[in-house]
Design a protein around this ligand. Sequence first.
Ligand SMILES: [Zn+2]
Length: 116
Amino acid sequence: MPEPHAKAGEVVVDMKAVGLCHTDVGFLTDPGWMTGHTVPFTLGHEDAGVISEVGEGVEGFKVGDRVAICPTTSAGTPGGSFDGGYGEKVEIGAQGWCRFPIRSISSRARRPQTRA
Ligand SMILES: [Zn+2]
């Protein structure tokens, strides 16, 4: 996959935590979930990370800000409509992120969690 870069109105977020959702499992196990999607793309739509690049015109956010990415944006779904959080970086438009209220994101948060 090409390295993402922030276009006007976008940021690039370095991924720090990504959840595994039933939707991801559906993509992996049922070809019916792929209808309407252009492959290949990187899964992962329950994403949080740190802004590493800010595009022209983005106000109120800077490199280093911790953000969560909305799984359903007006531009589509990360990890469905465009490359998602199982990659190292996500390029996302202004409609798709919000400030993350927790001070630190542990590297442990990247491991899959179960309720066993
Ligand atoms: Zn989900």
